[in-house]
Design a binder for this molecule. Sequence first.
Ligand code: MLT
Length: 362
Amino acid sequence: MPEWFVPASTESRGPLARRPEAVGSRAAIGSAKCAPRPRRTIAPNMRHLLGLQLLPATDLRELLSRTQRAKAGPAASDPLASRPLAGRLVANLFFEDSTRTRNSFTAAAYALGAQVIDLLGSSSSVNKGETLIDTARNVEAMGVAAMCVRAKQSGSAAMIAKGSGCPVINAGDGKHEHPTQGLLDLFTIAESFDRLGSFDLSGLRVGIVGDVASSRVARSAIAGLLTLGATVTVVGPPGLVPGGLASAASHDLDEVLPTLDAVMMLRIQFERHSDAPPPQGAAVSRGSSIASVREFRSFYALTAEREARMKPHAIIMHPGPINRGIELDADVADGPRSVILRQVSNGVFARTAALAWCCEAH
Ligand code: MLT
């Protein structure tokens, strides 16, 4: 992908400074530069979902409440029940691999009555030099109701939204944000602690553990958790836990673990580091943020022994894909505290809510 796609100014300002866009309605139009193209008129009610960092609390609670209704099976009077996208097309534009996110967007679109166009980066004209924006505009020209966009570059969903005549949902952009993952994470925590309805998470302490620096999941979760009143601690080795994440940071999982109500484990996202992944257990090469996978595991993996020191009611989360035996042991991932597959199920409802919310204003 051409380096210029994400403006240098966007990439160089550090993790939470990467806010190429505001979230929701016209505020989603970012200031990022791209190749010159004719100006387009943006529909006044256009509603994108590009991140949780700037999403107003009222919109966040509305999306969570819709997630709850989608899961409960909407009442006959609920707009969600009337298959509001019947006869419409929703496009998945995935320029990066995905299992859960893409398929749950598809399931959500079906639940709303839509049909789905799946464009995978590996088989698209991007490989012939077409830009993401041109690709998106061509798909949009087919008359889609919304586009769900995943790409490797931070800010890419906002870039596409800037020139789009239909709602864009960020399905994960580089290290920036993954707002529908954030929604499903928040919903799962609220559900686990009986906070549905109010979505008030005050009094709960959530730990996000591992490769926080590379994680768009962490950025969206932190934003949403703080909005809903939870306390957040990010935990990991210094190279993987940046400062300035608007939450407490620790490098000592053993100290923090017994204080947590929810533990969100993260994979080491080597593909978002400067180096290629090392073989499992091997020392990592120069440029990586950790000395060795083995060392990372000894300090930060959630093993059965560590799990035994958690609060009795505490839950274990992971956005997937799990690297079993690195950040999370198999017994723990599949054990009674794990809500990992419930997160996946809730993802369909969160994405149903997000698609309907974005499209109703269009
Ligand atoms: C993501 O898309 O960021 C994933 O859900 C988390 C990961 O890749 O580890």
